[in-house]
Ligand binder design. Structure first.
Ligand code: GNR
Ligand code: NI
Length: 167
C-alpha cells in the first residue's frame, strides 16, 4: 500500500469530472487500498479518487468511531433525497477551512461494490453528508463552491498564500 498525495484547492484538477469505472480489476483494488490508507492517515472520514488526481468514480468512506467500517462506492449515484441538514464541513483538499453547508438529511445511493455487484443503500446524518460531499468531488465540485462568492475568494487567497509559504 502507499500514501497518495492529495490535491489542494484551488488546483484546477479538482474541477475535473470523473469517468465511470467500466472494469473493476487489480488496479482498481490497489487504488482503493491506497485511497483507504491515505484517508485513514490524513485522517479523514472520506476520500474521492479526484482528490488523488485519479479521475474515476471511486469513493472510500469510514464514518465509524473505531475506523473499522470502510465503505467503498464505485460509480455512486444519488437517488431519492429527503430533508435538510446543515453541518460544519471540512475537506482534505482545503485544509484548515471549515464552514456550514446545507445537504439532504437522507439519501439513497446506488453504486457497485468491489466485486462489481450493484447495490443500493440509504444513508442519513454524517454518512449522508459525506456521500454527498464525495459525489460532489467526482463531479468537480468542492464544498467551498457551496459558500458565498466572498467566502470563496477569501479561501482561495488564503490557500494560495499558504501554498507560497509552504513551497
Ligand atoms: O474528513 C472529512 N471530514 C468531513 C467533515 C464534514 C463533512 C465532510 C467531510 S469529508 C472530509 C474528507 C474529504 O475531504 N473528503 O472529500
Ligand atoms: Ni473533500
Amino acid at each position: 500500500m502507499s500514501l497518495l498525495p492529495i490535491l489542494r484547492f484551488p488546483d484546477p484538477r479538482l474541477k475535473k469530472v470523473a469517468a465511470f469505472v467500466t472494469r473493476i480489476d487489480e488496479d482498481t483494488r490497489k487504488l482503493v487500498a491506497d485511497m483507504a490508507e491515505t484517508m485513514y492517515e490524513a485522517p479523514g472520514i472520506g476520500l474521492a479518487a479526484t482528490q488523488v488526481d485519479v479521475h474515476k468514480r471511486i469513493v472510500v468512506i469510514d464514518v465509524s468511531e473505531e475506523k473499522n467500517e470502510l465503505r467503498v462506492f464505485i460509480n455512486p449515484t444519488l437517488g431519492r433525497s429527503e430533508g435538510v441538514q446543515i453541518g460544519e464541513e471540512g475537506c482534505l483538499s482545503v485544509p484548515g477551512i471549515f464552514d456550514k453547508v446545507e445537504r439532504a438529511e437522507r439519501v439513497t445511493v446506488s453504486y457497485q461494490d468491489l466485486d462489481g455487484k450493484e447495490r443500493t443503500m440509504e444513508a442519513e446524518g454524517l454518512l449522508a453528508v459525506c456521500i454527498q460531499h464525495e459525489i460532489d468531488h467526482l463531479n468537480g465540485t468542492v464544498f467551498v463552491d457551496h459558500l458565498s462568492l466572498l467566502k470563496q475568494a477569501r479561501i482561495k487567497n488564503k490557500m494560495l498564500k499558504q501554498a507560497r509559504v509552504t513551497a
